[in-house]
Design a protein around this ligand. Structure first.
Ligand code: PBG
Length: 323
């Protein structure tokens, strides 16, 4: 039969498939999130995230060395704090002698060329388990900004390169940018969680940090999964307020939102392949229900194909080994 178009011609061999491949992953696309905890020589696996550990600072530095050797250059740090260090105003978040800021300093000291990304949000330090100051059961916006400003400044002072405001409070990017600039931290970048959804896929992360909300949910600040036009409003605000990157989170259930932001904004677009997305692949693979490595690479490739050129993923180390 004479068919003018035979798309299979371009799939007939590995060489030609490789040649016409539109999207390619690179280890430079990845940011690896890491969990730091108190103690010495402690490695505590997150039950719902097989292969992912909370590490004490000494082991965290070893882990980063291994990742650097694989080509991973950017790390997003999160602290697991004991309940006794948490309070209503997340005071520990800007304690220069606290675990987190100590870790940021230690990583930058040992690996000056590595980029350290920090999380700017109250939840790991909040006794309410929320991302904001709580009063009468309400999450207050503007009082939260003041805490975020202190936290951001302390992180910049500790040497952080990229700050990740992750709480979806209104006005946080502009507020943090102003605090940084007033203190002369012009070179510290902001990767704004622009479209962060109120998602079930954060469950394992909250296990990792013991940071689940003590009451209610996060629906008055994180976005409704049903909305994508609203993501354009959020992204526009963060762009106008000075964000250097726009992030979509989670990634897999929101590939359309990644594409939407990539089509409409000329900043680098990041996507957070979150804990629950990691857990889904891992648990199915552990049961022998799918090929974990192939599923992992397919997931990461899809996120990039949708338009994210920066991918925060717990798979970074494993994927780097295969690339
Ligand atoms: C909170 C924060 C969350 C994640 C990153 N920062 C969880 C939440 O909003 O409750 C989730 C990351 C993941 O699930 O991997 N500021």
């Amino acid at each position: 039969m004479n068919l003018i178009r035979r798309p299979r011609r371009n799939r007939q061999s590995a060489v030609i498939r490789d040649m016409v491949q539109e999207t390619r992953l690179s280890v430079t696309d990845f940011i690896l999130p890491l969990f730091v905890m108190e103690g010495q020589n402690v490695r505590s696996e997150v039950a719902s995230m097989p292969g992912i550990y909370r590490l004490s600072l000494d082991l965290l530095l070893e882990e980063i060395q291994e990742c650097v050797d694989l080509g991973i250059k950017t790390f997003d740090l999160f602290p697991n704090l004991p309940e006794s260090k948490k309070d209503k105003y997340a005071t520990e978040s800007h304690n220069p002698d606290g675990l987190y800021l100590q870790a940021v300093r230690a990583v930058k000291e040992r690996f000056p060329d590595v980029m350290v990304m920090t999380d700017v949000a109250m939840d790991p330090y909040s006794s309410d388990g929320h991302d904001g100051v709580v009063e009468d059961g309400k999450i207050l916006n503007d009082p939260t900004l003041e805490v975020l400003g202190k936290m951001a400044l302390a992180q910049a002072q500790a040497g952080a390169n990229i700050l990740g405001p992750s709480d979806m409070m209104d006005g946080r990017v502009g507020y943090i940018r102003q605090v940084l600039d007033e203190a002369g931290y012009y070179d510290v970048a902001i990767m704004s969680y622009a479209a962060k959804y109120a998602s079930a896929f954060y469950g394992p992360f909250r296990d990792a940090l013991d940071s689940a909300p003590k009451f209610g949910d996060k629906e008055t600040y994180q976005m409704n999964p049903a909305n994508s036009r609203e993501a354009l409003i959020e992204a526009q605000l963060d762009y106008d307020e000075g964000a250097d990157f726009l992030m979509v989170k989670p990634a897999l259930a929101y590939l359309d939102v990644i594409k939407l932001l990539n089509d409409n904004f000329h900043l680098p677009i990041a996507a957070y392949n979150v804990s629950g997305e990691y857990a889904m692949v891992k648990s199915a693979a552990r049961n022998g229900w799918l090929d974990g490595e192939r599923a992992m690479m397919e997931v990461l490739l899809s996120i990039k194909r949708a338009g994210a050129n920066v991918i925060l993923t717990y798979f970074a180390k494993e994927a780097a080994r295969l690339l």
